[in-house]
Design a protein around this ligand. Structure first.
Ligand code: UDP
Length: 476
């Protein structure tokens, strides 16, 4: 084979923890199959990745793997954290098209043996400008959606929901009103379960809602889409999406898929963390009884108020459950950390870290529940580990995910729009004591289905093989 015709795949994630983590895992899986891969990241995220992980050394073992960076167009001192991730997305969508096209056209993203990008896998949130460039340069493009299929389908339905007059939500309206124009969800999707960006008065021009919906509507332009999900979890919703995007590779849960396939080659596991992990909590977990600990984490972006922090804290303390809490340095708006006097009260039953090795924590035998913000990666990690959830969604897709966790999959409870110590206490007691067996049973069954999809003959396993074959043979 002419070495100059070796395929090179460009992988370009949304620059935030969840997407970087899952798309870097996909990049590694492609690399393991001998494909040449370029991972395109913003300089600030790339810097954090190098700071907190050994990715540089790890990927240097792969011939043909390259890290490259592209500016997000924001000033150097921009916070790029918390809610401002939406500004990063809008800035890249507005400013990056010409530089992106130039990088591709001038072979800046390739190496000597595979100078040209022959296929792009781009986060679907950049679907508009990246697909324009792909069409102009005639490079096949796949949109990787790091959200749940259920949220993607809600996004695709939102123009109909608006057209039918079900949005905007009017002031003082009953948030429990059912939405009737999102096909397949008529009996359970309420106003409060729509993506958070729908809670605006001007649904035609709100910039966050526009990005969220308009970029999703670009997906049918791509040659295919990749979803981090599995058929037994979201099959009915995937069928709806396939009416608009027939070629879908559902290859999740990707974190576990990565672990299983990598284990064939190398035994150890690696971190793609953008924060400094505190592994001391693993020893603390070792000393706790089986399924006695509720793990509390709101992901990498959520910001809570001091009042909310206090409600969660007293709810947990009053529940008498043991808990492991991730308190990122920037978790609480303006105020910093959990007050020392509160910490003192719970030294026995609580353990606090700034950032946890979450997959390991959820897989630990002492963990019996997860109080989560319902980010999609956290939800999948909990499903694989067979850990039931209490959902307190913060923004974007999380409102949809939490409704599916509680109402469709019956994997836990949804606490959205409430932050009250009595409710926290009651739900923690339900999850960890009163209804423990009921939730545990469903969670274990779903975990088994997830694992089955990842082994030979399973849907995600076969879909990943197909994706690799299709890329390698230029069949997109
Ligand atoms: N995570 C982690 N340690 C923590 C908290 C989170 O490693 O202490 C990881 C978690 O395993 C997941 C990601 O960060 O892979 C968060 O992604 P998710 O989609 O759940 O939420 P987001 O941060 O995007 O809101």
């Amino acid at each position: 084979m002419d070495q100059y015709r070796l395929p090179r795949v460009l992988v370009f994630p949304l620059p935030a923890q969840g997407p970087v983590n899952s798309m870097l895992k996909l990049a590694e899986l492609l690399t393991l199959q001998g494909l040449h891969v370029t991972f395109l990241n913003t300089p600030s995220i790339h810097h954090r990745l190098l700071l907190h992980t050994d990715v540089q050394a790890r990927f240097s073992d792969y011939p043909g793997f390259l890290f490259k960076t592209i500016s997000d167009g924001l000033p150097q001192d921009h916070p790029r954290s918390g809610d401002s991730v939406m500004e990063v997305i809008r800035s890249i969508n507005t400013n990056s098209k010409s530089i992106f096209k130039h990088m591709l056209a001038s072979d800046e993203l390739g190496s000597e043996s595979s100078p040209s990008v022959t296929c792009m896998i781009v986060d679907g949130i950049f679907g508009g400008f990246a697909t324009d460039v792909a069409e102009e340069l005639q490079i096949p493009i796949i949109h990787f959606r790091t959200l749940s299929a259920c949220c993607i389908w809600v996004n695709m339905s939102i123009p109909n929901v608006i057209e039918a007059g079900e949005l905007p939500i009017r002031g003082n309206e009953d948030m429990d009103r059912l939405i009737k124009t999102a096909p397949g969800m008529e009996s359970f999707l309420r106003c409060r379960d729509l993506p958070s960006f729908c809670r605006v008065s001007d649904v035609q021009t709100d910039p966050n809602l526009q990005v969220f919906v308009q970029q999703t509507l670009q997906s049918p332009r791509a040659q295919a889409i990749i979803l981090n999900t599995f058929e037994d979890l979201e099959g009915p919703i995937l069928s709806h999406i396939r009416t608009l995007c027939p070629k879908i590779y559902s290859i999740g849960p990707l974190h576990e898929h990565h672990k299983l396939r990598l284990a064939k080659k190398e035994a150890s596991q690696f971190s793609n963390s953008l924060f400094e992990e505190d592994r001391s909590c693993m020893a603390w977990l070792d000393a706790q009884p089986s399924k006695s600990v509720i793990y509390v984490s709101f992901g990498s972006i959520t910001v809570i108020t001091r009042d909310q922090l206090i409600e969660f804290w007293y709810g947990l303390v009053n529940s008498k459950a043991r808990f492991l809490w991730v308190a990122r340095p920037d978790l609480v708006a303006g105020e910093g950390q959990i007050p020392a006097e509160l910490l003192e009260e719970t030294r026995e039953r609580g353990y606090i870290v700034g950032w946890a090795p979450q997959e390991d924590v959820l897989g630990h035998k002492a963990v019996g529940g997860f109080l989560t913000h319902s980010g999609w990666n956290s939800t999948l990690e909990s499903i694989v580990a067979g850990v039931p959830m209490i959902c307190w969604p913060y923004f974007a897709d999380q409102q949809v995910n939490s409704r599916f966790v509680s109402e469709v999959w019956k994997l836990g409870m949804d606490m959205k729009d409430v932050c009250d110590r009595k409710v926290v206490e009651r739900m923690v007691n339900d999850l960890m004591v009163e209804r423990k067996e009921e939730f545990q049973k469903v969670a274990e069954e779903m975990s088994t289905l997830a694992m089955t999809s990842l082994h030979e003959g399973g849907s995600s396993y076969s879909n990943l093989d197909l994706l690799i074959e299709d890329i390698s043979n230029g069949r997109l």
